[in-house]
Design a protein around this ligand. Structure first.
Ligand code: XMP
Length: 510
């Protein structure tokens, strides 16, 4: 078992996921975990995560430095490495040389973390202001970049390793090998944790939490809520009632199709509620993205509570919340992660909510949920559905949301998805969708001047939505999408392609 001490980095949960990808069980704890608790867990290794603080800041998070006396292998990542260096008597400083994004990593020896990495240089992903300036006794530099002399350090006698870059993100292509070396060569872990064991564990936990009570679940038709429904159904059977809320912010024909598909594939009690009017009324003239999310969250919960009242003895509300929803909405584990967006199923929850939450997927990432879905026998179509945000098209219409603008976006989005599917790109992309901008531009159609809307195409590749790259779609496909949208969707005279990655952009525009 590996213990991850969370210093609050945006990427910290990815570390957990990477560990689990190697079939090693891990737990994440805040920096305030006590030495006694750590001893009780008896971890085979400890990973100290990155974090946004500087080690010299007064309130920067600190773990108990006695962990350095436990004789357990340690890997410090970014701030985690700086914490270890500082605690062992080395020096960390703000050198004024901030390093952010890709860097070329020059590896000194193909040993320790770098065993099996044959090339002497490899790409890594950096995100830091402070750097290590003086190493503690017993440490040596094992890799460097142009700006950072101590990009990786090691004290092999003590099994202490540190990296200034982030091996957990996709943008460090050899990061998986480095973590594998830490888990199996350094910590001597065994690969025995699987999705099957996770599913069994989750079913047991749900049974314990819920007992004999009734549960309602917001089914959206996406993979997350469908997998959550299957797990909960396995645990408590007909005591689960699913509620599908049509918020009027869904894609073209989606509500109709989902109704048919959900009934076909999930042998579960489902109620369908059409609340489109309530949502549109509440969103009238609202343009602020955070306000939109909060309003949608509130109306959603109102509809739920009203529906819940119709079912006797409901105590629990289940949701398919995933880990990225949590870390990007609230600070994880009370840590110092910054708020990026209030995700509808988390930040939008009204405080007055009277139902208790069941969130069996809240420590999983999307691709893990897909694996779990397969494990539970969920239909392929549902397993592979591209993610769709809870607030729906409202956060893809920049500015005011009304039925006229919804109609334009729906039509453009339907064309885009049809072309993407036909070209065989649907499953290759994390998400592909249209965004309606709050701008108009001049065009010319059949000798006439036009002054109409702009649609942006967004298509990204990603493994987990924590980082994403804009998709390098063939020009021909982009051309087809653009031509068809301009020709077929009344009110649009220009289509642009969004070529921003996450970070620094996000996947959705709001
Ligand atoms: P961003 O835009 O933050 O999105 O890069 C990351 C992933 O989350 C989805 N998303 C949401 N999902 N409720 C959801 O259930 C929300 O409020 C929400 N906002 C964004 C987004 O589609 C992407 O997959």
């Amino acid at each position: 078992m590996i213990l991850i001490i969370d210093f609050g980095s945006q990427f910290n949960q990815l570390i957990g996921r990477r560990v689990r990808e190697h079939k090693v069980y891990c737990q994440i704890a805040g920096p305030d975990i006590s030495l006694e608790q750590i001893k009780e867990m008896n971890p085979e290794g400890i990973i100290l995560s990155g974090g946004p603080s500087s080690i010299y800041e007064k309130n920067s998070p600190k773990a108990d430095i006695k962990i350095l006396k436990l004789k357990i292998p340690i890997l410090g990542i970014c701030y985690g490495m700086q914490f270890m260096v500082h605690a062992l008597g080395g020096r960390v400083a703000g050198t004024g040389r901030r390093e952010y994004g890709f860097a070329e990593l020059a590896v000194k020896e193909p040993d320790g973390l770098f065993k099996g990495i044959e090339k002497q240089t490899t790409q890594c992903w950096m995100s830091h202001g402070d750097s290590v300036e003086v190493l503690p006794k017993g440490f040596k530099a094992t890799a460097s970049t142009e700006n950072t002399e101590f990009a990786a350090i090691a004290n092999p006698a003590k099994n202490y390793y540190g990296v200034q870059f982030h091996p957990e993100v996709e943008h460090t292509p050899k990061g998986k090998i480095m973590l594998k070396n830490f888990l199996f060569n350094i910590c001597k872990c065994k690969p025995s944790w699987t999705m099957q064991s996770f599913a069994q564990d989750a079913v047991d936990k749900i049974k314990n939490q819920v007992g004999d009570n009734q549960v309602i679940l917001g089914l959206s038709g996406g993979v997350d809520s469908s997998v959550a429904a299957m797990l909960i159904y396995k645990a408590i059977g007909r005591k689960l009632t699913c509620i599908f809320v049509d918020n009027g912010l869904l894609r073209q024909d989606e509500a109709k199709q989902l109704k048919i598909r959900l009934k076909q594939h999930l042998d579960i009690n489902i109620r369908f509620v059409n609340a489109s009017r309530d949502f549109l009324k509440a969103l009238d003239k609202v343009t602020d993205p955070e306000k939109k999310r909060k309003i949608i969250g509130r109306v959603f919960m109102d509809v739920f509570e009203a529906e819940a009242k119709k079912i006797k003895d409901v105590q629990f509300l289940a949701q398919g919340t995933l880990y990225p929803d949590i870390i990007e909405s609230v600070s994880a584990f009370g840590g110092p992660t910054a708020v990026i967006k209030s995700h509808h199923n988390v930040g939008g929850l009204p405080k007055k909510m009277k139902l208790k939450l069941v969130e069996p997927l809240k420590y999983l990432f999307k691709d893990e949920v897909r694996l779990l879905g397969k494990e539970l026998g969920l239909d392929e179509d549902l397993v592979w559905r591209q993610p769709f945000p809870g607030p729906g098209l409202a956060i893809r219409i920049l500015g005011e949301v009304n039925s006229q603008r919804l109609k334009i976006l729906r039509q453009a989005d339907a064309v885009l998805l049809e072309e993407i599917r036909e070209a065989g790109y649907y499953r290759k992309l994390w998400q592909s969708f249209a965004v309606l901008l709050p701008l108009k531009s001049v065009g010319v159609m059949g000798d006439q001047r036009t002054y109409e809307n702009i649609i942006s195409i967004r298509a990204v590749t990603s493994k987990d939505a924590m980082t994403a790259d804009w998709a390098k779609l063939p020009h021909k496909l982009l051309g087809n999408i653009s031509n068809r949208i301009i020709n077929e969707v009344k009110g649009v005279n220009r289509v642009v392609y969004d070529i921003s990655s996450k970070p620094p952009a996000t996947i959705e525009w709001e």
